[in-house]
Ligand binder design. Structure first.
Ligand SMILES: [Zn+2]
Length: 116
């Protein structure tokens, strides 16, 4: 779908359907607001997943590894790194999954995001 409005090509975002300058849309025709909203949604979810993994890891270290007081600092660093890495990976995966779901081929605007 394309409209000629003066000098700019206006194209509707494939997610929210709002008209935008073609230059403001990305590869799969998402406007900046949709990209931002999905990124912040994925970020919020990814921290929850990261912290859960970190807690499981803490528990595992506490029960199985039983670190001495000297090594506690090192394990704390390991847990923090694990939280950070898993949050990052989760964010990429969630973002990629949503983007794939709403690719131009499908043209389906998902309603899952309303559940948060
Ligand atoms: Zn949009």
């Amino acid at each position: 779908m394309k409209w000629r409005l003066g000098e700019v090509d206006e194209v509707s975002c494939s997610r929210c359907g709002q008209l935008n300058d073609h230059n403001d849309l990305d590869r799969i025709l998402w406007c900046k607001e949709c990209v931002d909203s999905v990124l912040s949604w994925a970020k919020a979810r990814s921290w929850v997943v990261g912290v859960c993994i970190g807690m499981v890891l803490c528990f595992w270290i506490w029960i199985v590894v039983k670190p001495s007081n000297m090594l506690i600092g090192g394990w704390a660093g390991t847990v923090l790194a694990a939280i950070y890495v898993s949050a990052r990976v989760t964010r990429e995966v969630l973002y990629g999954a949503i983007r794939m779901k709403t690719s131009p081929e499908s043209q389906v605007v998902s309603s899952d995001e309303e559940s948060y």
